[in-house]
Design a protein around this ligand. Structure first.
Ligand code: NAP
Length: 277
């Protein structure tokens, strides 16, 4: 009998995860299948019970269920608990265990593309939403001691920092302050939805003060190069888009489900082909 996996969200038809995981099953000769499930918020609890009864071994969780699923799993990994969001569920015996692989996926992609010891860099995260929280908490959990945050709503950034269980020194900046002080950072991570298709001409703030020794990451992957990345490249910075984070969070989930590391380059090629890159 096929081993069953999937992703739950609403909407879900745009998800690139099924093509990425189904190709990995085929490539690794695993008799598995990964199915997208459109689940509305009202049906979430019933759907999770149903998935367990059917015998689904693991699934990803995307918008809008990443937080509302917390009380519906049997156990939570400590990092997912701290972040307050789950993007991967793994069956362990009769239990569903919730994990968050977004931040660790980001770290793996950063290590892959930028060969520096990121723990000692001067880091700025732009944004304080769910993705920023996963990245900030994951960086803090692996020992990064100082990360500044800039967000439109500075109170949200403060809340994110206040609830972080890992020690990390942080200054909170509004956008004009971040723009002014940009030259102080060697790693700048853009995590807001500003610049995402179709609003491709938007940028959080001008990068006129960015220095050429900066590594600039935008976790958006549609478009492949946001206005933020274009400006950073023009300032001489090295740049990286959100494909690596997406692929690595998927690869971490795949390994948790099967015990096998998938071929990252193959996964990335599939996503790039789909996005026309
Ligand atoms: P979220 O929780 O809704 O947070 C949105 C963030 O964007 C907040 O910081 C928000 O600021 C800011 N923002 C949105 N519109 C703004 C505007 N007009 N002006 C200023 N700030 C604005 O979303 P999320 O889940 O963190 O996702 C954020 C982005 O990351 C999305 O583009 C998503 O596709 C991408 N993402 C990529 C990956 C990947 O694997 N590559 C994974 C997850 C997410 P306020 O707090 O002021 O509202």
């Amino acid at each position: 009998m096929k081993r069953l996996f999937g992703v739950i969200g609403d909407p879900i038809s745009h998800s690139m995860s099924p093509m990425m995981h189904n190709d990995a099953f085929k490539n690794l000769k695993i008799d598995g299948y990964y199915q997208p499930f459109r689940i509305t918020p009202e049906d979430l609890a019933t759907a999770i019970k149903g998935m367990k009864v059917i015998g689904i071994e693991g699934f990803n969780v995307t918008i809008p269920h990443k937080t509302s699923i917390l009380p519906l799993v049997d156990r939570l990994d400590p990092l997912a608990k701290a972040i307050g969001a789950v993007n991967t569920v793994v069956r362990d015996g009769n239990d569903y265990v919730g994990y968050n692989s977004d931040g660790l996926g980001f770290i793996c992609s950063l290590q892959e593309r930028w060969k520096k010891d990121f723990k000692n860099e001067k880091t700025l995260i732009i944004g304080a939403g769910g993705a920023a929280k996963a990245i900030y908490y994951s960086l803090a959990s692996v020992g990064v001691k100082k990360i500044d945050i800039s967000n439109r709503t500075t109170a949200r950034a403060q809340g994110l920092v206040d609830h972080c269980p890992f020690k990390c020194e942080t200054n909170i900046l509004d956008f004009p302050q971040a723009r002014q002080n940009l030259g102080a950072y060697t790693l700048v991570i853009q995590t807001t939805s500003i610049g995402m298709s179709p609003n491709i001409n938007e940028i959080p703030f001008s990068l006129e003060n960015m220095l050429p020794n900066t590594h600039a990451v935008d976790i958006i992957y549609n478009p492949l190069e946001t206005k933020f990345l274009t400006e950073a490249r023009q300032k001489g910075a090295t740049t990286q888009n959100g494909i690596g984070m997406f692929v690595h969070q998927g690869a971490i989930a795949f390994e948790k489900w099967t015990g096998i590391k998938p071929d990252i380059i193959r996964m990335e090629n599939i996503v790039m082909q789909h996005l026309g890159g």
